[in-house]
Design a protein around this ligand. Structure first.
Ligand SMILES: *[C@@H]1O[C@H](CO)[C@@H](O)[C@H](O)[C@H]1NC(C)=O
Ligand SMILES: *[C@@H]1O[C@H](CO)[C@@H](O)[C@H](O)[C@H]1NC(C)=O
Ligand SMILES: *[C@@H]1O[C@H](CO)[C@@H](O)[C@H](O)[C@H]1NC(C)=O
Length: 711
């Protein structure tokens, strides 16, 4: 037995004594007590992490060990909190004691664990047991056989048969806890946990350390929503045809269990020339960049960015044959972190590896600064910065220079069609992030709504799918949110939501400083990495919103959705074109340069009606011949291939003109030259093309103007 009890008694005695002693001593006692409490928590954290790890890797007694540790924590918290309350006198701390005050504040409000023994035990038992079952059941429906969660995820990602997808999703839902148990026994605990606050919102605001967090999130969402709706419509169009546009999308068709990630349908959504997606996917496979290798690649990028070195031992002690998404286990000691994840290769897993590795680097950065004692490293708070910096790393991982660095996509080839490739990379990320952003807010709003008591009890159990229909335009089940740890543990998503917004602001703050879009963003971030490191080493010593202005090198601390919407500008233009009655049927905007074609030095400059022509150094302009009937004003095209079915004949014209991005006017002249002799209808369309190019040019100018105003 460790001498914890007796030491605690001595401290307690000492603290009691301090009540009668002078102010300076009181401060000293409080400091010693906090040091003691923090050491106690570090020990408990290490024990808890060991049990959590055993459970994760399938130790036969893992679940019961984890439950024991998770339940016990409530006793420690209550005891420590009592001690600190007794030792802490408002007046005893001076002006220079901000850090000490902050520690007291964090230790006195540890969140839901204040529910008290019975209710806390109910909460952790419910959540731990549910997550264990999801992770270790082997009864998932994989068609002819049953399978494990990992095989299930892999199969789901590729399955195309609708009935099978439905069956698979149902087999997963059978492993989730009962929704009535959740809404009657678990969710209401949130009302009890927030009893010292005027509302649950206020309680969450306190833990997220952002006043009016939900209101702010709603405001941010209003700014992002138009883009979400466009993406949603495009997905519906591509998966189900134009009748489905604007209708609710069944999530199983997105090959998603709860609609929080739409990445699995990317291959149905790619535009013509998806080279960057195909190459990156193929190269990830060839290089086998999954599991440990993906994490090492992420660690290399983090090192190149001057954001810290991750010790290889961490990967040696982690496991990579578990299931995804990754789980990070923190032992609250320097360099003692482990990851349990899967080894499967995919862009999504590659990005997750970058985010998880960056969380490790983040925790290490916080821990290297010796003033950051336990509570300033592990505060029970939901920091958006702790979400945003790792998220920023996944944006960097898919940036052209990082792809080049890892041999995933050649930079020269990228720059040949940079806007086109960028747009596809944006599509890859949008399917992850926009879906998540919407899910996070939906889950928080729905919980608040149910707890507000305005939903009749008989309707509560079916109200999630109803909420998702209205808020997300998705057809989900009533129970699918119960697969999420944050929901099972009654934690708010709002910090993650704000982190997703903020990561695009971080990206923007660096990208705006680049001389041109083609400059090396990785190098630029590496040269200015202090901005990130300075914030990371602060840990929880300050509330995260106070650090936003340092992070973004801006005067204001504000969260703004424009970082996100600006990032997705090319994607948004592409989505607009899909629904534009004039542009949707023509390929004229497709000025994609095929690198393979460029390599062939065949100087055949004649008209070529074969799409597979050899055209040296030529811009390729596809001119549609006039239709016998004008296009329907609201007609929606389902894609490049089908455009022929709608009565448009496409002729490919090779133009003897080296594409020169710096000289747009030249290319207008070329368009005009082609336009002569073609039917009037075509000229009208060409004018429209020019208008759009001008429009884009104007956007570019606007962006430059904004950049200058930031400089
Ligand atoms: C909330 O607390 C009250 C009083 O302690 C208790 O009676 C009630 O059962 C608690 N609610 C839940 C859902 O446990
Ligand atoms: C770190 O802590 C020491 C001792 O409490 C203190 O003297 C020093 O000023 C602190 N440093 C910072 C940057 O807060
Ligand atoms: C592109 O245009 C610019 C300015 O008009 C010119 O300086 C440059 O040489 C041109 N590049 C090519 C490859 O023609």
């Amino acid at each position: 037995m460790r001498p914890t009890i007796s030491v605690r008694c001595i401290y307690f005695y000492v603290v009691l004594l301090s009540a009668t002693s002078s102010g300076g001593d009181e401060r000293q006692w409080l400091k010693s007590l906090i040091t003691f409490v923090e050491e106690d928590y570090v020990d408990k954290c290490t024990e808890r992490a060991a049990a959590t790890w055993d459970e994760l890797i399938g130790h036969p007694k893992g679940l019961s060990m984890k439950l024991d540790k998770d339940k016990l924590i409530v006793m420690d918290v209550e005891k420590n909190r009592e001690d600190i309350k007794q030792a802490y006198k408002e007046g005893s701390l001076g002006q220079n004691d901000d850090v000490l005050k902050r520690k007291v504040q964090l230790l006195l409000q540890p969140g839901d664990v204040l529910l008290g023994t019975d209710q806390w035990i109910r909460l952790v038992t419910f959540a731990d047991t549910a997550l264990h079952k999801i992770r270790f059941e082997t009864n998932y429906d994989c068609g002819a056989t049953t399978c494990s969660l990992r095989e299930f995820h892999n199969r789901l990602a590729k399955e195309t048969d609708e009935a099978m997808l439905k069956r698979m999703k149902q087999s997963w839902e059978k492993n989730l806890p009962d929704i009535n148990d959740y809404t009657e026994q678990i969710l209401p605990l949130l009302s009890n946990a927030s009893k010292d606050y005027s509302s649950i919102e206020e309680y969450w605001d306190y833990l997220v350390e952002y006043e009016g967090a939900i209101l702010k999130a709603r405001e941010l969402w209003d700014g992002v929503k138009p883009l979400y709706v466009k993406l949603h419509k495009y997905v519906a169009l591509r998966l189900l045809g134009d009748k489905a546009v604007g209708e609710n999308l069944p999530v199983h068709l997105l090959r998603s269990l709860n609609g929080a990630d739409w990445s699995n349908v990317i291959e149905s959504l790619l535009p013509k020339h998806p080279a960057v997606y195909q190459k990156v996917t193929a190269n990830l496979q060839t290089k086998n960049l999954g599991g440990k290798k993906a994490y090492k690649a992420a660690a290399d990028l983090i090192k190149a960015l001057n954001l810290g070195e991750i010790k290889p031992e961490i990967w040696e002690k982690s496991v990579f044959d578990s299931s995804c998404p990754p789980v990070l286990v923190d032992y609250c000691k320097p360099n003692k972190l482990k990851v349990a994840t899967c080894k499967d290769v995919s862009i999504g897993n590659y990005l997750d590896a970058h985010e998880t590795a960056m969380k490790i680097a983040y925790k290490q950065a916080t821990a290297t600064y010796s003033n950051n004692t336990y509570i300033l490293r592990e505060a029970p708070r939901y920091s958006a910065i702790y979400e945003a910096i790792p998220g920023f790393l996944s944006l960097l991982a898919l940036s052209p220079h990082a792809l080049h660095r890892n041999g995933l996509f050649d930079l020269e080839v990228f720059n040949l069609n940079d806007n086109h490739h960028r747009m596809i990379l944006q599509l890859i990320l949008a399917l992850r992030d926009l879906a998540k952003l919407n899910f996070y807010l939906a889950a928080d709003e729905w919980r608040l709504k149910v707890l507000s008591g305005n939903t009749p009890p008989s309707k509560v159990a079916t109200s999630w799918s109803e909420f998702r229909r209205e808020f997300s335009m998705l057809e989900t089940s009533d129970v699918d949110l119960l697969g999420e740890p944050y929901v099972l543990f009654n934690k708010p998503f709002i910090g993650k939501f704000m982190g997703l917004i903020l990561k695009y602001q971080i990206y923007q703050s660096f990208a705006e400083e680049l001389m041109s879009d083609e400059s090396d963003l990785i190098k630029h971030v590496a040269d200015n990495s202090d901005r990130l490191s300075d914030v990371m080493i602060q840990g929880f010593s300050e509330k995260w919103p106070e650090l936003v202005s340092d992070l973004l090198v801006k005067k204001e601390n504000g969260l703004e959705y424009t970082g996100l919407t600006d990032y997705y500008q090319l994607l948004e233009e592409y989505l607009d074109i899909q629904f534009d009655p004039i542009f949707n049927n023509i390929d004229a905007l497709d000025d994609y340069l095929d690198p393979a074609e460029l390599n062939k030095q065949n100087k055949d400059d004649a008209y070529d009606f074969d799409t597979n022509f050899d055209e040296a150094n030529a811009a390729i302009v596809d001119i549609p011949l006039p239709q016998t009937e004008p296009p329907m004003p609201n007609h929606i095209d389902t894609g490049d291939e089908q455009s022929h079915d709608h009565g448009i004949e496409t002729t490919t014209v090779g133009v003897l003109e080296v594409k020169n991005k710096t000289d747009e006017k030249e290319s207008y002249n070329v368009y005009w030259w082609i336009g002569i002799g073609v039917a009037l209808a075509v000229i009208v369309i060409l004018i429209a093309i020019i208008a759009r190019k001008r429009h884009n040019h104007r956007k570019q100018l606007e962006r430059q103007r904004r950049e200058n105003s930031h400089a």
